[in-house]
Design a protein around this ligand. Structure first.
Ligand SMILES: CC(=O)N[C@H]1[C@@H](OP(=O)(O)OP(=O)(O)OC[C@H]2O[C@@H](n3ccc(=O)[nH]c3=O)[C@H](O)[C@@H]2O)O[C@H](CO)[C@@H](O)[C@@H]1O
Length: 362
């Protein structure tokens, strides 16, 4: 890269928070610390349509869909859209002339990375899961470099480095819970909420509030199921002053800071649980491609940093037992918190940005 030339980076991918939130962290780091011009490629159906413009970045929308865990019709449509998406991305790359294309996973990542590989633009793949998604498995050996979260993931890629997942810096530096504070349970399930939590929690909320004195609960239900979940909580008869049901939490660092226990899925949220040093109960999404959420959760469970409960084993009783057991056992929570914290990987963002800068320099 010529000395006076501005660094231009195209970030492709999106869909859910697990792709868009780290993508934005990478974009901000490159823009704010390294003066880069950063543009995004996403799809109209992803959360990027809201979050990327809010963060002040340009977003181009391409057509791209899902290939795994969808109906044959959807798969055929995705296959038909792929050449169009790749062509669109080829035009974008030719016009913007990025020195590096970063693929963060999710729908638009496929066409964006394929276009970059075809045009021989250096590529960086970002893979937060123990087992890569379809796009990253397809392009993994063709990328210039890859940033991954788990050592066992490096084998799917050319030139992979274990950087960790970029986690908002404030999550590493949360204030401790005040001594004697009333216990708080946070339920979060990626960007869309989890049907299983929305169905089971209303059945046990009243009992939890009875059994754990002073307990308060924040339940993130996802936008689609907000009203019905709120109604089910209300119908449970649980004291409405002690629970709230939200679509999407915009202040996760504050939410983690206020929580004593987190019930969650096992996407990149687990990197945040480690950074925050929070004990958790994880219920991996069973339909995640190649069961990658279970593999993510197992890494934490084996280290004693979480209690993993498989969705097939979730009943009102099993979930209540897991939650009450931990909410009543401060010393056990403290051990889990410490184990989680010991698995945190600070500096992921700087490392990933460093990889982009090196690729741009090559
Ligand atoms: C349904 C699905 O396909 N999930 C995938 C998606 O996870 P998904 O995006 O659903 O969830 P993740 O746990 O990866 O990330 C959620 C992100 O959104 C933030 N957040 C979440 C809830 C909320 O109310 N507010 C908020 O800000 C979290 O702090 C976190 O940064 O990408 C992950 C990373 O590739 C995969 O492991 C998951 O399998």
């Amino acid at each position: 890269m010529a000395h006076e030339e501005t660094l231009r980076v195209l970030i492709a991918g999106g869909g859910t928070g697990g792709h868009v939130i780290p993508a934005l962290a990478i974009g901000r780091e490159l823009r704010d610390r390294h003066g880069a011009e950063v543009r995004f490629v996403g799809t109209a159906r992803g959360i990027e349509t809201k979050l990327v413009p809010e963060a002040g970045f340009a977003l181009e929308l391409v057509r791209s869909g899902q290939l795994k865990n969808v109906s044959l019709m959807t798969r055929l449509r995705t296959m038909a859209d792929l050449p169009l998406g790749v062509l669109h991305c080829v035009r974008l790359v030719r016009a913007f002339k990025p020195q590096v294309v970063v693929g963060v996973g999710g729908y638009a990542s496929g066409p964006g990375m394929i276009a970059a590989v075809l045009l021989r633009v250096p590529t960086l793949a970002y893979e937060p899961n123990a087992v890569p998604g379809l796009t990253n498995r397809l392009v993994g050996k063709r990328v210039s470099a890859a940033a991954v979260n788990f050592a066992q993931t490096t084998r799917y890629f050319h030139n992979a480095e274990v950087t960790g997942v970029p986690v908002r810096p404030e999550i590493f530096a949360l204030p401790p819970r005040p001594v004697g504070a009333a216990p708080r349970l946070l339920i979060t399930a990626g960007s869309n909420g989890a049907l299983i939590f929305n169905e089971v929690m209303p059945q046990i909320v009243a009992q939890l509030l009875d059994e754990v004195p002073g307990l308060t609960i924040v339940h993130q239900a996802g936008a689609r199921r907000l009203e019905e979940t709120r109604a089910a909580f209300a119908a449970s008869g649980a004291d409405a002053a002690r629970w709230s049901v939200e679509a999407f939490l915009t202040d996760m660092p504050a939410q983690y800071a206020a929580a004593d226990l987190v019930l969650a899925r096992a996407g990149s949220t687990i990197a945040e649980l480690c950074a925050a040093g929070k004990p958790s109960v994880l219920v991996p999404l069973p339909t995640a491609a190649d069961d990658h959420q279970r593999k993510n959760a197992e890494v934490l469970a084996e280290a004693g940093a979480t209690v993993m409960l498989l969705q097939k084993d979730v009943t009102p009783e099993s979930l209540r037992n897991a939650l009450v057991g931990l909410l009543k056992d401060g010393p056990r929570r403290a051990v889990m918190a410490e184990r989680a914290r010991s698995m945190a990987k600070p500096g992921a963002l700087e490392k990933i940005a460093g990889m982009v800068l090196r690729l741009a320099g090559d």
